[in-house]
Design a protein around this ligand. Structure first.
Ligand code: SF4
Length: 405
């Protein structure tokens, strides 16, 4: 199973809470950036299976025209192939798109949309610095439905400054009338250097306390269960297993993913690499150096990638960081990411098949401690055992993940 991620680090405006790799006011560089992206994809070494998922994220990918989206998908098709029933997602910002856009990208094979809605309250959206209003988000959702999208994900954030439980309930109530197939719902995290963090530090706005944030989360669990959703990952709900994010499950299960674009990350086997975060450097390195590097010309960096190819292969010239994870690090990562999956957790068998070590033995102390605290449990399904979070563990997920660092 191969997942392809393509990063579009362009936004109309920087949101007040955002620390993603994205930039405002450089849209003039978009055409050159997309040419560089196509070159990076087309020149990358073909050693993986065809893509089962393609995720175009950002930033704001919906700043691209449908023709530009087509160019990227065509590059992936040419280089890796895209499986017939692949999940192809494009992130969309409600302030950047219109009805004909949906119809056109649907015709290209995009079959999943992920909307960064964040809130259905105009006051909250303003505080977050979003460019859209609540009515726009709802209208865009229905336009996407009319264009034939039957797999739509919405992102929402709770625990906003000055937000009350009743404010958050109003957001949840709107969902009842939309019923998107998938929801990613996060509590606000203050990231260093953002405007929101500065406001909180200066006392200009106050965050809800931990108890109130916990109440909001529990309200979310209750409401979404009543609407028919299944809680399957620490921040994700879906209307049935078939609507769970196949792309994200690749990350959580530690499977193969290839990342393209500025700041994108890829991982095959024990090797993980990351491209430069700078858009101009990405364009320069990818366009100028691509041929000589990929073809093994002078100055080419030859890298031996365990699990990626039997022979040495060439990474993209835009790569600035490469790490080879030790066995220990891979085990810890499998636990930290796998335990995020609230329904399936970490499979005892999958752990053994990957590391030839029994999960219960490798982490005996941590598991006993967490079971005593009531935060994790063993469950059996079809003669296999899985370690997963308990309901009490959902709220204390970070406490559990820390045990495996
Ligand atoms: S639209 Fe998304 S990626 Fe862009 S600044 Fe806002 S939160 Fe960040």
């Amino acid at each position: 199973m191969t997942a392809v991620y393509i990063h579009i680090p362009f936004c109309k405006r920087r949101c007040n809470y955002c620390d993603f790799i994205t930039y405002a006011n450089i849209e003039a560089m978009l055409p050159d950036y997309l040419s560089a992206l196509q070159m990076e994809i087309l020149n990358s070494k073909r050693e993986c299976d065809q893509a089962e998922t393609v995720y175009i994220g950002g930033g704001t990918p919906s700043l691209m025209s449908p023709e530009q989206v087509a160019g990227l998908l065509e590059a992936v098709r040419q280089r890796y192939g895209i499986s017939k029933d692949a999940e192809i997602t494009v992130e969309a910002n409600p302030g950047t798109v219109n009805a004909s856009y949906y119809a056109q990208i649907r015709a290209l094979g995009v079959n999943r949309l992920s909307f960064g809605v964040q809130s259905f309250s105009d006051a909250e959206l303003q505080l977050l610095g979003r460019i859209h209003c609540a009515d726009e988000a709802i209208e865009q959702f229905f336009q996407a439905r009319e264009a034939g999208f039957d797999n739509i994900s919405l992102d929402l954030i709770y625990g906003l400054p000055e937000q009350t439980l009743s404010d958050w309930r109003k957001n949840l109530d709107v969902l009842k009338g939309l019923l998107p197939e998938h929801l990613s719902i996060y509590s606000l995290i203050l990231e260093p250097g953002t405007l929101m963090t500065q406001w909180v530090e200066k006392g200009l706005v106050a965050l809800p306390d931990d108890d109130l944030v916990a109440d909001m989360f529990e309200e979310t669990l209750r409401a979404l269960e009543a609407f028919g959703y299944e809680y399957y990952e620490i921040s994700s709900w879906a209307l049935g297993e078939a609507r769970e994010s196949r792309h994200n499950k690749v990350y959580w299960r530690g499977e193969v993913y290839l990342g393209f674009g500025a700041g994108a990350v890829g991982k095959v086997g024990s090797v993980r690499w990351r491209n430069t975060e700078s858009v101009s450097e990405y364009i320069r390195k990818t366009q100028v150096n691509a041929r000589s590097q990929y073809n093994g010309g002078e100055g080419a960096e030859k890298m031996n990638l365990d699990g990626f190819a039997k022979n040495a292969t060439y990474l993209s010239p835009a790569v600035t960081e490469i790490e080879t994870l030790s066995n220990e690090e891979q085990m810890n990562e499998m636990m930290m990411l796998g335990m995020r999956m609230t329904r399936e957790g970490v499979s005892e068998r999958a752990f053994y098949e990957r590391f030839a070590v029994k999960l219960e033995e490798r982490y005996s102390q941590q598991i006993s401690k967490l079971i005593k605290l009531g935060l994790v449990e063993w469950v059996e399904c079809q003669n296999a055992r899985y370690l997963r979070l308990t309901q009490n563990g959902y709220l204390l997920g970070n406490r559990v993940f820390q045990e495996f660092v």
